[in-house]
Design a protein around this ligand. Structure first.
Ligand code: F6R
Length: 615
């Protein structure tokens, strides 16, 4: 996700822009840039590939320093066009207007064609440049900056958060958003814009959240906002509760609890700019993803712990939906077993931190074994060792995960893997347009479905009491729910220190059923899918051995009618992609509440570290 920061102040704006960019770095970037309006009213631009500190060096090295009171800046995560200076923002049209953009302009090719005919020259491969030219064009026939922008944005399909400056209007920044986040910071020394309030915390705690379609005109001492119909509107000023340094608990008791409840937002952030109305954006995996996905014949996923469990879910999706063979393995084994790796393999690492030693080493070894393979990492940390080692990167935008037990990183990894499945399927024509649309629609529903599921917390809390004196628990699922059962068992082990195992429900009779008695709680996940009847038979086998059972079901699964089981209804009509993500939530809540009862150190469980950078 790209980051935007900008402002009009009575001080030099450049240090503030740099500080803001640094605060946005965790969201992912491959280049950054800024434009400042100089005293002589020209657009002064600096852009650099890589970290913000490269831009900082670039600025320091200049003889003519970039200084002024008004400017816009951007960290870019490439979607249209490779990471390169010429594709970095801000983009400029004919020295009359400069733009930073977050989002995707879906009709940019169409706009580009007509702008080329109008005589505009393109200097980048981005969709954003059409925005700059469109505004420059409408400035010719509009008598205010605001009107020029209002006219231009009417021609855009897609999503945008925009910061715009022009030397023709040297005291104004225009900000507008549709589908992408943009906030206004109201400060003592000026007024600001950013894609995330985090970027402005050093200058203000007062924020105005723009609504879809709003256009705002910012001056040093005045902010005027117009809605999508051009009517002047007042939007409330909210005082941010976020403390500097972000890692603040707010109203929560633990980071794990906070991060469980942040999942609707982290999924929204992960999807932003990665889907359009009906399609997946394949280039979200990198500029070369399209070509690479065409060439691959199989996928090898390697990861550890929770990230490995995400990979297990993806195996079902990739083979069943995208029709591509897929293996999944824990990195600590893979790196030592001298695996055979075929050409045309997409080697996928999944890692929250991007620094897990086993995963990093497995990736390096795989590249040594066969240097023809393609590598992709799904990672929550933009500038990590694993991202640097990979051809392609997809950043999950979960935000910093502080609790040692991974929660929002897992569900955003699943979202990333769902997008991967869909992208590969679309490119190889194993997924129809209709299915692609259905998957995209399902993903869009996730935040509200998760919010609905989180409402079950009080019911789950009551069930947690049952685990107070238990030493073991068994988690059952079939299909993708087996992988979710594994994740549920891992969470319980990690933070409540109760031994927990996951089994595919059909495998019980081959041994583990011997463990079942009244002291063994069994947790089962029962979505309404093609394996439901088989699962119900497995549950009867367990029940008749005296187990205390807890079943999380779809409203249509009808397990509730089976006697002597505690059944919690989660939601209904979940698809193959959404179901595993949604059924993760009650298991996270269960382990959290069991840990509270057992009074363990929820956020820092014994013997564990957030990022395992040693073997
Ligand atoms: C479990 C957990 C660990 C990590 C594992 C891999 O809650 O957090 O199992 O998933 O150590 O870490 P990353 O994803 O950073 O490579």
């Amino acid at each position: 996700m790209c980051g935007i920061v900008g402002g009009v102040t009575n001080q030099d704006i450049t240090p503030l822009l740099l500080d803001g960019l640094k605060r946005l770095e965790y969201r992912g970037y491959d280049s950054s840039g800024l434009v400042v309006l100089s005293k002589k009213n020209s657009l002064n631009r600096a852009r650099s590939v890589g970290k913000v500190k490269n831009l900082e060096k670039n600025l320091k090295a200049r003889q003519n320093k970039i200084k002024g009171n008004i400017g816009i800046a951007h960290t870019r995560w490439a979607t249209h066009g490779e990471p390169a200076n010429h594709n970095s923002h801000p983009h400029i049209s004919n020295q009359v207007v400069s733009v930073v953009h977050n989002g995707i302009i879906e009709n940019y090719l169409e706009l580009k064609d007509s702008q080329i005919k109008q005589g505009y020259k393109f200097t980048s491969d981005t969709d954003t440049e059409v925005i700059a030219h469109a505004i420059a064009f409408s400035m010719k026939s509009s008598n205010t900056f605001l009107k020029s922008v209002q006219k231009a944005i009417n021609t855009f399909d897609g999503s945008y958060g925009l910061g715009i400056v022009s030397p023709k209007y040297p005291n104004i920044i225009i900000a507008t958003r549709k589908g992408s986040p943009l906030v206004i910071g109201v400060g003592k020394e000026g007024n600001y814009i950013a894609s995330d309030q985090m970027a402005l915390l050093s200058v203000t705690k007062k924020f105005i959240f723009l609504e879809d379609g709003d256009v705002a005109e910012l001056k040093l001492k005045k902010i005027t906002i117009y809605d999508k119909d051009g009517n002047k509107v007042e939007r409330p000023i909210i005082i941010s509760k976020i403390k500097e340094g972000q890692v603040d608990l707010g109203d929560y008791k633990h980071f794990m609890q906070k991060e469980i409840f942040e999942q609707p937002q982290s999924i929204r952030d992960t999807l932003e700019s990665r889907i359009t109305k009906e399609t997946v954006v394949v280039s979200a995996f990198g500029g070369k993803a399209n070509d690479i996905f065409k060439k691959i014949k199989q996928i090898q996923i390697v990861a550890c712990g929770t990230s490995y469990n995400a990979g297990l879910v993806a195996k079902y999706w990739l083979e069943d939906i995208a029709k591509i063979p897929c293996n999944v393995e824990v990195a600590s084994e893979y790196r030592y077993r001298h695996p055979l790796i075929l050409n045309d393999t997409l080697f996928v690492t999944i890692s929250q931190s991007g620094e897990t030693a086993d995963t990093l080493e497995a990736l390096k070894i795989a590249k040594k074994i066969n240097n023809k393979i393609y590598t992709l990492c799904i990672c929550n940390s933009a500038e990590s060792s694993i991202t640097r080692e990979s051809n392609l990167t997809f950043l999950t935008h979960a935000g910093p995960e502080i609790g040692v037990a991974s929660t929002k990183a897992f569900t955003t990894q699943l979202v990333a893997l769902a997008l991967l499945t869909c992208s590969i399927g679309v490119i190889n024509q194993t997924i129809s347009k209709q299915n692609e649309k259905a998957i995209v629609n399902g993903l869009k529903l996730l935040p509200s479905l998760i919010n609905e599921t989180l409402l079950q917390e009080s019911q789950i809390k009551k069930l947690a009491v049952r685990f107070k004196d238990k030493n073991s628990a068994l988690f059952l699922g079939r299909g993708t729910m087996y992988a979710i059962a594994m994740e549920g068992a891992l969470k319980l082990k990690e933070i409540s220190y109760i031994h927990a195992e996951a089994y595919p429900a059909g495998e019980l009779k081959h041994g583990p059923i011997a463990l079942i008695d009244e002291n063994m709680p069994v947790i089962a996940i029962a979505p309404n899918d093609e394996l439901l009847d088989k699962l119900k038979s497995n549950l009867q086998e367990v029940k008749s051995r005296g187990s205390q059972m807890i079943v999380f079901e779809d409203k249509d699964s009808q397990v509730k009618s089976m006697k002597a089981m505690e059944v919690i209804q989660i939601t209904s009509n979940l698809g193959r992609i959404t179901a595993p993500i949604i059924f993760t939530i009650p298991l996270q809540l269960l382990s959290y509440h069991v840990a509270l009862i057992k009074r363990t150190d929820v956020d820092k469980p014994r013997n564990l570290a957030k990022s395992v950078t040693v073997e």
